[in-house]
Write a protein that binds this ligand. Structure first.
Ligand SMILES: NC(=O)NCCC[C@H](N)C(=O)O
Length: 258
């Protein structure tokens, strides 16, 4: 496989009705959000990624946050069972898209719930946030699907933000970055690095040297540049109003099944 692949899903016209849990609701400019989504997708393309669009779900305001619909590990896509009932209709089309690409499908089943945004993978370890959207049964099912593939699944407490990846993500060298006031237990990671801005904690790894992150964390961007990374910044202000971040707007498929 010569290209990096990612799933994306275009924003619904009802985006402004998306769920808000931990922050105050503020008005979303849907036209601006559409432009920001195009820029996000363009940034993936510029970095050599090929994107695959999941069929739009115009009735689902949060469908653009496609990361939450699945967890991809090796040749397996575990289809999530979203913790919010409003988001449960998002998964069938996401499953169809990833099946079409050749993935083996597994599913989180009731009474389990799990959102893809609660799952951070790095180097064979899979940390899963147990919080508002993901429950113990969902984590146990994910472990049953992934441990036979060699993954080590670790449950992480999560009370302060929506998803685990709203709190922490990992740099290409495995350093786990987080905005400490929003991380329940930084001690989970021996290589934890505190960053000075909330959205600075959200990175998408475009390649071994390149990071995609939100444009509203300039001090953190500088810190990453000082560590030798090339940093691409995108303005995702309208998605942040709905507790979205750069990770949740795509599902990165590293190594598509042949
Ligand atoms: N992975 C993510 O961070 N997803 C963001 C989802 C935001 C959406 N408004 C929600 O509450 O489900």
């Amino acid at each position: 496989m010569d290209k990096k692949h990612a799933l994306i899903r275009r924003p619904s016209p009802r985006l402004a009705d998306g769920l808000v849990t931990h922050i105050e609701r503020s008005p979303v400019d849907v036209e601006l959000a559409k432009r920001q989504w195009e820029d996000y997708v363009a940034a993936l393309h510029d970095a050599g990624w090929q994107t695959h669009e999941v069929a739009p779900a115009d009735d689902c305001p949060d469908a653009v946050f496609v990361e939450d619909t699945m967890v991809v590990y090796g040749d397996t896509a575990v289809i999530a069972r979203p913790g919010a009932d409003e988001r449960k209709p998002e998964t069938p089309a996401a499953e169809a898209a990833v099946r079409e690409l050749g993935y083996r499908i597994a599913r989180i089943e009731a009474p389990g719930t799990l959102d893809g945004g609660d799952v951070l993978k790095f180097g064979g370890t899979v940390w899963v946030g147990r919080g508002g959207r993901t429950n113990d049964e969902g984590i146990a099912q994910l472990a049953a699907h992934l441990e036979p593939l060699g993954a080590r699944v670790v449950t992480v407490p999560l009370t302060k933000v929506l998803h685990l990846k709203s709190a922490v993500t990992a740099l290409p060298d495995g350093t786990v970055v987080g905005y400490e006031p929003l991380v329940d237990d930084p001690g989970v990671w021996e290589n934890f690095l505190a960053v000075p801005e909330e959205s600075g904690a959200h990175v998408v790894l475009l390649d071994g040297e390149t990071i995609l992150m939100a444009a509203d964390a300039p001090r953190t961007a500088e810190l990453y540049r000082e560590r030798g990374y090339r940093v691409i910044e995108v303005d995702i202000s309208e998605y942040e109003k709905l507790e979205g971040c750069v990770t949740c707007l795509s599902v990165r498929l590293r190594g598509m099944p042949d």
